[in-house]
Design a protein around this ligand. Structure first.
Ligand code: ADP
Ligand code: MG
Length: 258
């Protein structure tokens, strides 16, 4: 699916800046953010509330445009695309998972799963059946989102993000509405599927237990990447959390809550 060459990183983010508002109300959401993501990598960006996580993810998805800097995905510069090309590019290359699931409330579970395939004109019944099986939702296929638990809805949203085999999965606080056991379950599924299907994933979160599933964690503080951590060097999420607190106390002023 990708035109990406294995030599270059799958995603390159260069000098991203984004400011909202003017005068007294001016907020610098991203301040010269640069990093790269390799093919197949599971990257987490951890930061306190208001640190710029969602803004960064929106830039990666081409849902918002930076004031300066740019994003290159699979060797394609998002800034060079018009709206129509960007929409098609997003459908083909990017899968998104949100805290609030963002499922279509009037459609059944299986119809929600079909949406990316219909948009790509590749509707494949077997693929939908296999994905429902993988998600553990076969017996929920005719249920609408309001007839599913939070965990089931997020599992469905993960399936919807992955079913058309996008190059990059972007997850914004994917466990933010779930209790910790269900959240763990969702992280495990996301991590396992990305490994099985060799997908690249970027998760933004304020929660060290979510970030711990990634191999690399970037710490975002007041719109700047202030540290890069290797999760293999932490014995537990609690240890990663303690380091995160120490870093943001050193660099920032925001509180580490959602
Ligand atoms: P996070 O996801 O880490 O909580 P956001 O990326 O949502 O942070 O927001 C970063 C900062 O930018 C916050 O101060 C927020 O209030 C501000 N912000 C985000 N989106 C907008 C917007 N559309 N208009 C004005 N300010 C915004
Ligand atoms: Mg956010």
């Amino acid at each position: 699916m990708t035109e990406h060459s294995p030599q270059s990183p799958l995603v390159q983010i260069k000098g991203l800046c984004k400011t909202f508002g003017t005068g007294e109300g001016r907020v610098v959401a991203l301040d010269d953010v640069s990093f790269e993501i390799s093919q197949g990598e599971h990257l987490a960006v951890i930061g306190p509330s208001g640190s710029g996580k969602s803004t960064l993810l929106h830039m990666l998805a081409g849902l918002d445009t930076p004031d300066a800097g740019g994003v290159i995905v699979s060797n394609q510069d998002l800034a060079q695309m018009g709206d129509r090309k960007l929409t098609l590019f997003r459908r083909r290359h990017i899968g998104m998972i949100f805290q609030a699931y963002n499922l279509v409330s009037t459609m059944t579970a299986q119809d929600n799963l079909c949406i990316p395939l219909l948009l790509a004109r590749t509707n494949d019944r077997d693929k939908v059946d296999a994905m429902l099986q993988t998600l553990g939702l076969r017996d929920r296929r005719r249920h609408r989102p309001d007839e599913l638990s939070g965990g089931e809805q997020q599992r469905l949203a993960i399936g919807r993000a992955m079913i058309a085999n996008p190059d990059v999965i972007l997850a914004d606080e994917p466990t933010g509405n779930l209790d910790s056991a269900t959240g763990r379950n969702v992280c495990e599924l996301l991590h396992r599927l990305c490994g099985e299907f060799k997908r690249t994933i970027v998760t933004v979160t304020h929660d060290p237990a979510v970030a711990m599933w990634a191999s690399r964690v970037l710490v975002l503080c007041d719109g700047r990447i202030v540290e890069s951590l290797d999760t293999a060097s932490f014995a537990s999420a609690a240890e990663l959390g303690a380091r995160f607190l120490e870093i943001i106390e050193r660099h920032g002023k925001s509180a580490p809550c959602a």
